[in-house]
Design a protein around this ligand. Structure first.
Ligand code: SAM
Ligand code: SF4
Length: 495
């Protein structure tokens, strides 16, 4: 256990998030212990510089120390001063613990914040691409590869979603049903076995919410730009139910500005010709067919009731039916998998040549079954995770796919990243928007979270629908009213 003594207690949370990358167990304390390990952080000003000195201590004796400093401009305001001091403290921790442990996490001191958000701000300030990469490496201690990737993604995002247009919004439709629950998943995924009896009523309620939400959007005067039906697994529904929902969306909203309509077909044990035909006939232009892995033993282990050949068969069926924008999701670090499994998976995916590939690194989510069964599984260590990330980047490149969006989240193995790769021109606008949080999203369905972006105030307001299907059905008018209130409160215009 590492005892951490920090004089700026207001930085404890962020310091802790960074220390977690190096130390399994630590605690904040007031004094240096007489025995054991400690990290002491002291902030001070010295001859026009703000400084942070870190000392790594063992049995009350300093083993190593490191000081970070930046020059203090005369004009610095108190908010900037606090922000810069926090960055300085994090840099000090990073450098000292990197030295102690002999490892440098590639995302440097960035734990919570999205790296592309920083790059967007720097691009807005007029900085050149080269200076931005330099800034990411120097100020935030990103590795050169990650600095390059974050910068490239931010530049692609600018082709589609920057500068943000507050007149446009996205629609998200949640279908929270799945055939069975995959062990790693924490998404709304009610199994049909348990909740199938509510499916028909859910679809009726959802269509009502779609119609009422369309009225709100029309009064609000916003233009719909993209639609995403996700979940769960939307293709758990019958082809008739899918038709009803999509027809309701097309019939209720003004589609003149819609550039993209995605349906997450997801698990191939829910896909058949009838459903794909329904999606084709209703002009769905982007679908996902997600292997997660092409290793049959892993598929079984994670509770997906399909094989890798089923994935190939479904993909080919969709291709033959004319789908020209197909995404595939994979997860790196699935229980029992090694880099060689990821390589084998990508080899087979490359043969299918999807238009986009979304590479997730395994996150051990609190609400997943895996969290409770951790002792029964072998999970990849940091080096294996890093090598899986590198392998996926190489394959994506060979497949002609370039990174276009990324995000990091808590509890991800190795604190690495999720990256969306796409053939140029096949980038998913909805995915970019949801990650950058620059466009308001109207969400319908159980577990859907509407997000209202207030550009002027640089803030986001979330309006979640309840997750529980029964509650959703019973409280639908309340869900609709909440969105309406958020839209029209304070004569909100969303600028
Ligand atoms: C909302 S899920 C729905 C996808 C669809 N139902 C399916 O299973 O194919 C979207 C994606 O998130 C990823 N995912 C889900 N849980 C994850 C976890 N714990 N760690 C990493 N990725 C995860 C999977 O790749 C999945 O395809
Ligand atoms: S990964 Fe997909 S299919 Fe599996 S439980 Fe989660 S949402 Fe459902």
């Amino acid at each position: 256990m590492l005892q951490v003594i920090i004089d700026r207690s207001e930085f404890e949370y962020e310091a802790g998030e960074l220390i977690k990358l190096f130390e399994a167990e630590f605690a904040f304390s007031g004094e240096i212990p007489e025995t054991g390990r400690a990290l002491k952080l002291e902030s001070f000003e010295d001859s026009g510089f703000i400084c942070c000195k870190g000392s790594y201590i063992q049995n009350a004796a300093i083993q190593q120390s490191h000081t970070e400093q930046i020059e203090l401009a005369d004009t610095i305001d108190s908010r900037t001063l606090k922000r810069e001091s926090k960055i300085l403290t994090k840099r000090c921790i990073f450098e000292l613990l990197s030295r102690v442990h002999g490892t440098k996490p590639p995302w440097g001191i960035l734990t919570g914040i999205r790296p592309t958000k920083i790059v967007q701000e720097l691009l807005d300030s007029g900085m050149t691409e080269e200076d931005i990469m330099h800034n990411l490496e120097e100020k935030y201690r990103l590795s050169p590869e990650k600095a390059k990737m974050a910068t490239a993604i931010a530049i692609t995002e600018r082709k589609y979603i920057y500068p943000p247009d507050s007149g446009k919004i996205a629609l998200y439709v949640s279908i929270p049903f799945c055939p069975t629950r995959c062990i790693y998943c924490s998404f709304p995924s009610n199994t049909l076995k348990q909740w199938g009896h509510l499916k028909a009523e859910y679809v009726r309620t959802l269509i009502y919410e779609i119609e009422q939400t369309a009225k709100i959007v029309s009064r609000w005067g916003k233009t719909l730009e993209s639609v995403y039906i996700g979940g769960g697994t939307p293709t758990t529904l019958s082809s008739g139910e899918l038709r009803e929902i999509i027809t309701a969306i097309r019939g209720s909203f003004d589609f003149s500005g819609v550039k993209e309509f995605t349906v997450e077909a997801g698990r191939v044990d829910t896909i058949d010709e009838d459903k794909l035909m329904a999606l084709r006939e209703l002009d769905i232009d982007r679908i996902s067919i997600n292997p997660q892995t092409m290793n049959d033993a892993t598929l079984k282990r994670i509770g997906r009731r399909h094989t890798s050949s089923d994935v190939e068969a479904s993909f080919k069926m969709a291709r033959n039916m004319g789908f020209s924008n197909i995404n595939m999701d994979i997860i790196l670090g699935l229980p029992g998998e090694k880099p060689s499994d990821v390589e084998a998976t990508l080899e087979r995916i490359a043969e299918l040549s999807p238009e986009s590939l979304t590479v997730h690194t395994m996150a051990i989510k609190r609400a997943s079954n895996l969290r409770g069964e951790l002792s029964e599984h072998s999970l990849a260590d940091y080096e294996d995770m890093e090598s899986m990330v590198d392998i996926s980047a190489e394959y994506a490149k060979e497949m002609g796919l370039v990174p276009y969006y990324m995000y990091r989240q808590k509890y991800m193995l190795g604190n690495l990243e999720n990256v969306g790769y796409a053939k140029p021109g096949c980038e998913c606008i909805y995915n970019m928007n949801i990650m950058e949080e620059q466009q308001s999203i109207m969400a319908v369905g159980a577990g859907g979270i509407s997000k209202f972006v207030y550009h002027d105030e640089n803030r986001l307001e979330r309006v979640p629908n309840v997750k529980d299907i029964q509650h959703y059905i019973a409280r639908i008018d309340e869900m609709i009213k909440r969105k309406e209130e958020e839209v029209f409160k304070n004569a909100y215009t969303g600028t």
